[in-house]
Design a protein around this ligand. Structure first.
Ligand SMILES: [Zn+2]
Length: 473
């Protein structure tokens, strides 16, 4: 049981070939525990690999939903100082895992298997608890007694552990991999502690705590069913009768709560289903769901159908279907985006642009609408207008890598090569790739346009990044 619960993170991501010399030197584990900065450093370098993985789901709506739900849990956790980042992975197995530094991955399989939002929240609360209880920091620090292992090696082992032992052995010396996988395991006490704190978090956040043992029990029962993908979760979070009984004991006195699922929960699930299969199959799936009224939420079922129709490029039918939604398209940001995509896909470019601008007044925090507006302007060959939208948003969120990528396209269309390279540099910084960022800044200086302020801004940024990498060496 202890071996198998290796960091709860044996997600089925392919292991990227990772030469040890590309890892930042994070120092060695000579302290009693990891500093939050060291933990964040390990997590960040693992995330850089995950972002390049084909299963990484770069969808702003799914990801924003997970972070909203996640932060609702974090806000009532025992330690609210820790930063978190929740991210989705397109993977049918039922799994969630915490990395050092507050990074929490959630598989699409878990989102689709959970039968209520409380069940999803229960699994996420368990992961949040692993982080706030500093199980990872303590576990890594405990290795000090076993001998000095650099944190870079730990990052590598964590990454390897998500894949298979052979891959781990290929990435680092087999003996070292073996030693690390023995040491990087949560204890039975850690698991129990994560359940205990997880129940507390779930209760305080207003979810139904009884969903936790219900979900664990259902997963355990379905282990033999191949379709559910339960084995992955079982491998990483062993569910024993003892664990279920322990959780049941903790919630014995807590009242049952009828907690209605949010509309986002249903919409995000419908979106994942609509993206999963071939577009034609997805349309057929939702057509059946809608015509036979086999849905928990009509808006979400119709939303799924329209999303599938957009993938199949059936814009005329999508335009008819959106009128059948039980609620107006401007009543929810995800429906608003859907309506804008129909307009843009039908060639109604100006109405789409006007629609997005209007919706952004109603939903100013919805970055998916910002991306859609900027992209529609770029497609309409209006790079200067796209840039104005992007600049305004970057004032609020200067770390948004996707905005910098679109900005680079806009600058390229405007023939401003120096600024294009500067934007690409910032998109690399957002991904954590400082070396490529510095290359782009050097390219920017080679395309010097003579503007004194812009050039000195690039030089200053370059020396800032140089200092940053020097510190890591
Ligand atoms: Zn766990």
């Amino acid at each position: 049981m202890i071996r198998a619960s290796l960091l709860c993170l044996l997600a089925a991501l392919p292991l990227q070939a990772l030469p040890a010399d590309t890892l930042p030197d994070l120092g060695d584990v000579s302290q009693a525990t990891l500093s939050p900065a060291q933990e964040r450093g390990i997590g960040f370098s693992i995330m850089r690999q995950i972002r390049q993985s084909p299963t990484f789901l770069d969808d702003p709506e799914v990801s924003d939903y997970l972070n909203q739900l996640g932060y609702r849990l974090v806000a009532v956790s025992p330690d609210t100082r820790q930063d978190f980042l929740f991210f989705p992975l397109q993977d049918n197995s039922v799994n969630a895992f915490a990395l050092p530094g507050g990074y929490v991955g959630v598989h699409s399989g878990l989102l689709l298997t959970a039968q209520s939002e409380s069940e999803l929240a229960a699994v996420m609360a368990h992961e949040v608890a692993h982080v706030t209880q500093r199980h990872i920091a303590r576990m890594v620090a405990a290795q000090e007694k076993q001998g000095m292992i650099s944190l870079a090696a730990v990052a590598l082992a964590i990454l390897a552990a998500r894949s298979n032992p052979q891959a781990a052995a290929g990435a680092i010396a087999a003996s070292q991999a073996q030693a690390l996988s023995n040491q990087l395991a949560f204890s039975r006490d850690n698991e129990r502690d994560a359940d205990r704190v997880g129940v507390q978090i779930l209760e305080r956040a207003g979810f139904d705590t009884h969903s936790m043992p219900v979900f664990l029990d259902r997963l355990q029962r379905s282990t033999r069913s191949l379709e559910t993908g339960a084995p992955t979760y079982m491998r990483t979070h062993p569910i024993t009768y003892e664990r279920i009984a322990d959780v049941q004991g903790r919630i014995y006195d807590l009242p049952y709560r009828q907690v209605p699922d949010s509309l986002e929960f249903h919409l995000v699930r419908a979106k994942l289903r609509a993206m999963q299969r071939e577009p034609r199959e997805a349309v057929a799936y939702f057509d059946e769901l809608v015509s036979e009224r086999k849905f928990a939420n009509e808006t979400a079922a119709r939303y799924g159908l329209i999303t599938a129709l957009l993938r199949a490029r059936e814009f005329a039918r999508a335009a008819r279907e959106i009128k059948l939604l039980p609620q107006a398209a401007d009543s929810h940001p995800m429906l608003a985006l859907l309506h804008g995509r129909i307009l843009a896909g039908s060639g109604k470019t100006q109405p789409a642009i006007d629609w997005y601008r209007k919706q952004l007044i109603a939903f100013p925090n919805q970055r998916a609408l910002v991306y859609a507006l900027a992209q529609t302007l770029l497609d309409a060959k209006r790079p200067a207008d796209a840039n104005a939208v992007i600049d305004a948003r970057l004032q609020r969120d200067p770390d948004d890598g996707r905005l910098y990528e679109m900005q680079a396209i806009a600058y390229s269309a405007l023939g401003q090569n120096m600024m294009k390279h500067r934007s690409l540099a910032e998109s690399y910084v957002a991904q954590g790739n400082i070396r490529l960022a510095m290359e782009q800044l050097q390219l920017a200086l080679k395309n010097n346009n003579g503007d004194f302020y812009e050039v000195s801004g690039i030089e200053a940024r370059l020396s800032q990044l140089r200092t940053l990498t020097a510190k890591q060496e």
